[in-house]
Design a protein around this ligand. Structure first.
Ligand code: EPZ
Length: 418
């Protein structure tokens, strides 16, 4: 298992290019199951979760071809298999995104239940309820979801709570259903808008993606398309916080500042110097920060995927800040690791209180989930001394070559093969 060795205290400067969004690439790859024609995706991030999704598609019978760095071409003719097996799904719960497309196009799917993960139990009952509303029979047995349908029938579906991949599964399934579907209380993340753009390019008839209500007119079949994946707003915000904490002047390029409203506003309120253009964000570090509370929320609120990184920023802000994790029930595992580096943080249940400003010192720390890893990298960049971050496979799931990007900004970071 690789680890990162980071020597803190370097001032960052220069520009970094953001990759395509992992959480847009995964549903886009699942959507290739909806047609027998080739779909080309550009700006696909070279991260392990995307590689796992390639393996799921290839297991099912797709021909997935990675053409060059960030482009891939996927064609799903006849399937070898209708089952997404446990040993793949347990590696990446987003594999459940093949459920809707498989049932919609092939009338059958067996997908291992993802089970919980470090940050929470993360059930998928809203995904299954939506498929049942569309006319599928869905049974759970032996740890698998077994879904069958003739042609799906359009329906009115209201999600009990906002679910990103639940909305994506239902949206993909409805594109091939007979008649109209209305999805209500939908999640509005930019990755859902991006998926809808791909589906429309494939011939789907969709209105309202990004809002609470999405309307779909089913069509008999979809065709191939070429689509460029939206930039990763979580990676962009992570590098913005790196600039706030350890800059110099850092320019985050090839991103979508219009998707970064909540984190940029909160960081500016805390004293960060941030300028934006249409496709880039320039951060000037070295300015004093003052504490600001945050509550995570569905988009356009403050993303739960930025909660851990923001916590690191608040360790350098003067005063106490309250960070409330309102989406997942167990997303504070980075607190104990930050405390080992000298942070003054207490937490119970869904709230953490960060007292700053504290001096962080390098330590041996452990990554526990994807975004917690990113927060520990940020802490290591500003800590006095050397930090060894173990289990970086977590960060490799969702950040493309993060150590190379940080090295190019002047950080002292190396990957140690162990
Ligand atoms: C997506 O997960 C993202 N993953 C997550 O990013 C992100 O943290 C999350 O949305 C919230 O923004 C992908 O897009 C691949 P949800 P998802 O369904 O869709 C509960 C990362 O770091 N829920 O919006 O699984 C659920 O337990 C990952 O890149 C149900 O109770 O999240 C959670 O508490 C981590 N029943 C809340 O809803 C359901 O049927 C929101 O979950 C579905 C969800």
């Amino acid at each position: 298992m690789d680890r990162f060795r980071v020597r803190g205290g370097r001032r960052l400067g220069g520009s970094v290019r953001v990759s395509g969004a992992k959480n847009a690439a995964l549903p886009a790859l699942a959507a290739t199951l909806l047609t027998d024609q080739p779909v080309t995706l550009n700006n696909v991030p070279g991260v392990n979760d995307v590689r796992t999704m390639f393996r799921v598609l290839e297991h099912l019978g797709a021909e997935a071809v990675v053409e060059n760095g960030s482009s891939c071409r996927v064609r799903v003719g006849a399937l070898k298999e209708l089952e997404a097996p446990y040993d793949l799904v347990r590696k990446m719960r987003a594999s459940v995104l093949v459920l809707g497309p498989l049932v919609a196009r092939f009338g059958r799917a067996r997908v291992s239940l993802p089970g919980g993960c470090a940050i929470g139990e993360r059930p998928i009952e809203m995904h299954l309820a939506a498929l049942r509303r569309l006319g599928a029979t869905v049974e759970l047995a032996h740890g698998y979801v077994d879904a069958r349908a003739g042609r799906l029938e359009g329906a009115e579906i209201t999600f009990e709570m906002k679910t990103v991949t639940g909305t994506e599964n239902a949206l993909m399934a409805a594109t091939l259903a007979r008649g109209s579907t209305v999805l209500r209380n939908c999640a509005g993340e930019p990755e859902i808008v991006d998926l809808a753009e791909l589906l429309r390019a494939m011939g789907a008839r969709i209105e309202g993606a990004g809002s609470d209500v999405i309307r779909i007119e089913g069509v008999p079949s979809l065709h191939g398309a070429v689509h460029s994946i939206v930039p990763d707003r979580i990676e962009a915000a992570t590098f913005i916080m790196a600039g706030v904490l350890a800059g110099g002047s850092v320019s985050v390029e090839a991103c979508r500042p219009d998707h970064l409203g909540a984190p940029i506003e909160r960081l500016r309120e805390a004293g960060a110097r941030i300028e934006t253009t249409e496709t880039s964000v320039r951060v000037s570090g070295g300015f004093p920060l003052s504490s600001r509370d945050v509550v995570t929320a569905p988009y356009p609120g403050f993303a739960t995927d930025l909660q851990a990184q923001y916590m690191t920023a608040m360790t350098q802000a003067s005063g106490a800040s309250v960070i409330t994790e309102a989406i997942f029930e167990n997303r504070f595992m980075h607190v104990s690791e930050l405390r080992r580096m000298g942070a003054d943080i207490s937490h119970d249940g869904r709230q953490a209180i960060v007292k700053g400003r504290t001096r962080l010192t390098g330590a041996q720390v452990m990554a526990t989930d994807l975004r917690a890893s990113a927060c520990l990298v940020l802490a290591a960049l500003i800590a006095e001394g050397t930090t060894d971050l173990n289990r970086v496979y977590h960060i490799d799931r969702g950040y493309e070559r993060i150590e190379e990007k940080l090295l190019a900004l002047g950080a002292d970071i190396e990957r140690m093969k162990t």
